[in-house]
Design a binder for this molecule. Sequence first.
Ligand SMILES: Nc1ncnc2c1ncn2[C@@H]1O[C@H](COP(=O)(O)OP(=O)(O)O)[C@@H](O)[C@H]1O
Ligand SMILES: [Mg+2]
Length: 255
Amino acid sequence: MENNFAINTENLSKSYNNKIAVSNLSLKVNYGKIYGLLGPNGAGKTTTIQILNCIIKPDSGKAQIHGFDIMSQSDNVKKNTGYLPETPALYEKLTPEEYLEFIGELYFIPKIVLKKRIIDLLELFDLDNRKDDLIGNYSKGMKQKVNICAALIPDPPIIFLDEPTSNLDPASAKIIKDLFKSLILNAQKTIFLCTHLLDVAKELCDRIGIINNGCLLIEGTPKEIVDSGNYLNLEDAYLNILDISHNKDLLKWRS
Ligand SMILES: Nc1ncnc2c1ncn2[C@@H]1O[C@H](COP(=O)(O)OP(=O)(O)O)[C@@H](O)[C@H]1O
Ligand SMILES: [Mg+2]
């Protein structure tokens, strides 16, 4: 496999009880880009991100993350990635500082470096004025910010985010989207995110893959996807590519 990509997968497949969750998924993500895997509930997005983070094993196929094989070099994969799960577990009786210290220690980050990184992240996410509160007292948006800080604590080159803004109000979602943009611009990170939200994909992603029933249906820049069928916009393209026909009528009516 070519290993000059941040993420490179070949024919990844995974079934649960004979039901296909991911089918022959092949994709490549360049360094310094945001790649969005877009698809409806049950499409296979979380399964894909769990395979790429060595949480579950594929039935077949191969993948390299930062040049490391997900099966035989999973420790190296984990050292070079940050991961925001779809339903993260936070310790509600800790302050964000204590929680991030705990996560940092799992990654063996030296104490002095860790302290500084935590201060910087809490400031960046505007959590520094509430840093002595217990996480249990935080709002959903604030909790999600702590989760994202946890994914960034090891300062990894590649960050995986499973539905990072799905449960957030528009203002919190905007702060988080802006932060991802600045991570790409200023810190040269690679981001792989899963979402069912078209606006997130359109606003953030350099490239998008649309997945349904475990199959990657199309891949390209948002513009390439819209141009692929002379669609009106990304929403029109998405609905047509997934063949959600009653919505097509609705779109016609609206336009
Ligand atoms: N642990 C599991 N056990 C059985 N089926 C699962 C499990 N995880 C996911 N699935 C199934 O795999 C398919 C893909 O799910 P998932 O990857 O969570 O999709 P998405 O994240 O796109 O909503 C769905 O049909 C789902 O029900
Ligand atoms: Mg999911």
